[in-house]
Design a protein around this ligand. Sequence first.
Ligand SMILES: [Zn+2]
Length: 327
Amino acid sequence: MGYAPVRRKTSGGKYKPHFSLSFRSQDKDVTFGVDTTRLTRNDDQFFLITHAHTDHYGKSAMLSKRALASDKTALALELRHDQRFGGVRFQVGDTVDVEGVKVRTYPTHHSIGSTAFYWENELGVKTLITGDIKDSKDLPKCDLLVMEATYGNPGDLSCVFEDDYAAFEAALRERRVGFGAYSFGKAQRAVSLIREMGDDRTIGMDQSALRLTRHLLGDEAGDIVRLDHRYEGGLCITSPWSLDRLPPGMKKYVLTGQHYYEHPCICISDHIDFKGLREMVGRLDPQFVIVYHPEVGNSRHFSRFLNNNGRDACTLADLSPIRQTTL
Ligand SMILES: [Zn+2]
């Protein structure tokens, strides 16, 4: 297919997170790093940053002038890590020229600004990097698919779910209610849902979630304020591990697709479930799939599931050691 997947090692001998794809373009070698970190200050690959969650390593890559991130992802990275984004910003939907390679960008609806990247190499192989996905409806067909599989285990019942908007709406009818949500991604999804459901109450939020939400949602966030000991409102969003600090009389729920919290959970996820992943691969119909995230665990399960159903697929572990694999 004209690609050499590359896994690099740190000075400590461990593989760097995620991986890179090297290919020929207009008689030059080009390397796209996929949600990976810089090797050195002068690392000359291009860094595709799909979104601003820390397990996609934008904190390191954002410093490179060869980084690519959507304007909202770049802003979220700057707010989260208090350092300047040094690369190229684009609007999701734009096409970006990288050394003559036309890189198209698509929304994945996972977090604000989350982006899938698509290009063709010299052989005309259509390549799609998904990052994390909440909805794959906008993604194009491809030959090489590089995808996440957070909920990719067909043998795990918790990998099949649907968002429970009815339970969320019912919780909003409580006079005093607090939701546990991570400060980037889930907190903004929660605020957007609350406003879509017609609740215009003031929302108290943790400092970091408040700052991110103000910058990323703007006026759409409505009235949001700092959640501290003076806050007396009846609706708030805090981190899942801080729910216990809310007053005893307040109903408390974690917004998540996971099942390991003490408080009752309402299924509101930033990911598609196993069925969604399976449907997406069927529709995009790639010749080869690299399941790159998470680095271990359900990636292996989903890759095996694809193999068992007649598709060529592998995980990052299958791409090691460095440069021994070509596609
Ligand atoms: Zn993510």
